[in-house]
Design a binder for this molecule. Sequence first.
Ligand code: HEM
Length: 426
Amino acid sequence: MFITILLFFAVCLVFLYDYKRKRSDRWKKLSEFPGDTPLPLFGNGLQLGFDADESSHKQLTLWEKHGKQTFRFSVGSEDWVLLTDPDDIGVYSLIKYKSSLMGIESNKLLNPDDPYLEASEKVIRIITYNFFSYWRNIDFLFSLTPQYTEMMETIKTIKQTSSEIIETRREILTKIIKKTQSNNKNVDIDLEKIIENKLNNVGCLLDKLLLSKSADGKPTPDDVINEELSLLCFTGHYTTTMTISHTLYCLAKYPKIQDRVFEEQQSIFNENLQKKPTNNELNQMKYLEAVIKESIRVIPTVTKIGRQLKNDLTLKDGRVVPAGISVIIFYEAAFKNPKVFPEPEKYIPERFLNPMHAYAFVPFSAGRRNCIGFRFAWVAMKATLSNILRRYEVLPGEPGTEPQFVGRIITESKNGLRVKLKKRIL
Ligand code: HEM
């Protein structure tokens, strides 16, 4: 009897909360956006189903249902506004908030079983499952699950890798500094300045972290450097390597476009197709750049990013996203927006050779907290693809190996991504 009364009160509370929520000022603003009425307690969460790999696809279907425009969605009591129109994405960029990278040789990608690569893949998987699970977002409950233990183990592996990189680079940096000091011992000029100049030529981002000082003038502690480095390794490698793989897959699928990429490479390198590209040569690869962009458009590297608003955000058309809401750039939908990308289902790199809305295509996000690695990413992706495509023709994988893409935090293929490489006769 007691339990029944308790349940009755709990249900009454849920409905009361829902009643109040739907009469709030916040809800009034939110209802300006298309979306389904959220259920008490669950919101629209049940529409996502229980398979995290399917949820992105289901959200895309909802976007279509609501007229292929910015729409709202609620998970539990949390409300999201998913931005898919360039004008709205442009406003997102205004939200306010209170080269070589590591300088060491590392060939982790040569070994697909490398613990660091495995760890990164695992962390992405766990974060994705948490992202779409209401209860696993509650830290205490998550800490009781086996996934929490697995995540802690993988973070240990990532940090261990970062520690090894830091130690290796610190040795190299010490040698560079000692050599610069001994070469300039009789010179009466600011040694720190000379070292800084030297590192501008041969240094890397990690050197800046190793030589940085905290506010009290002491060297930045190793654990802080480790966290920064882990973040950079983690955010940097998976995104660029996935984009490179997706681009190779697209080029295998569209051989005429691959021919055009190769022609561009020939026109830049002439007879010298084996050489490493310079910055100037990379800048000339306009068609390759368009191909990478079109590959990101059809297979979005990052599927969504978002912010929780501290203040109301007024969109260009006057609608207001109220404070407390999560605004999300829904890349998978934004990149299929037919108003911006006519015939969105077609792979047409040429569309990126023409000017377009400044916020039509911002895969690295926009505004103050956009991707800090985007310049590095472009150099890495263009150089790697140029090196591969000059030497090999990329062909589709065996029949039956067609990838099954799913929108996790990064788009991945559930069954791997297979292409064949045929050596070009140079
Ligand atoms: C194709 C490659 C890449 C894509 C598509 C990409 C995309 C993104 C996106 C969408 C964000 C979120 C920004 C936001 O929340 O508004 C981000 C953040 C970030 N990215 Fe990238 N990224 C790429 C490569 C890289 C590389 C190579 C590095 C590092 C070397 C890197 C480092 C970071 C970091 C540290 C952040 C967090 C910035 C912050 O929160 O302040 N990314 N990236």
